[in-house]
Design a protein around this ligand. Structure first.
Ligand code: TYD
Length: 144
């Protein structure tokens, strides 16, 4: 799986069904493994929590990063934008993950109280992989 930042589309981003082990009375377990559920090698995991109601996070794009975004608890919305088309996904199931490819502007909002946004990422943290200006993002998408 390889996407060029310049050419990626919101339609390249998909909601994945994660492995789920039920136990009617004792809760559930969801599992993600490299080369199985996750379509990239996970090098980093981080999670967002204590986001105040009404706040939005993550308005930025990435040049090389693949991400799998999961509402480990509660719910929030993720809006993806490839410079031409926008798609909004409601994440509210801990057994679903939204796969986001490089070259997508993404914004997270409508966090429910107590929600936890878990992100599995294909690269370690690199500040210069971020594009934080929307105009710069559009320029990348149009001109490379
Ligand atoms: P950032 O990704 O900018 O979050 P958001 O776009 O949602 O506001 O991260 C916020 C801060 O956390 C930023 O100063 C960098 C730091 N950070 C790390 O040091 N390592 C990481 O893996 C991440 C995701 C963030």
């Amino acid at each position: 799986m390889y996407f060029e930042m310049k050419n990626s589309k919101v339609y390249d981003c998909t909601m994945l069904e994660l492995d789920r082990h039920h136990s009617n009375r004792k809760g559930n377990i969801s599992v993600m493994e490299n080369d199985k559920t996750v379509p990239f090698q996970v090098k980093r995991l981080y999670y967002l929590y204590d986001v105040p109601g009404g706040e939005s996070r993550g308005a930025h794009g990435h040049k090389r990063l693949y991400q799998l975004i999961i509402a480990a608890s509660g719910s929030f919305s993720v809006t993806l934008d490839d410079g031409e088309v926008k798609r909004t996904f409601l994440l509210n199931r801990p057994y679903q993950g939204l796969m986001v490819v490089p070259g997508i502007w993404r914004t997270l909002d409508d966090f429910s109280s107590g929600s936890v946004c878990l992100v599995l990422a294909s690269e370690q943290y690199e500040a210069d992989d971020y594009i934080r200006s929307y105009d710069e993002f559009l320029n990348y998408k149009r001109n490379g």
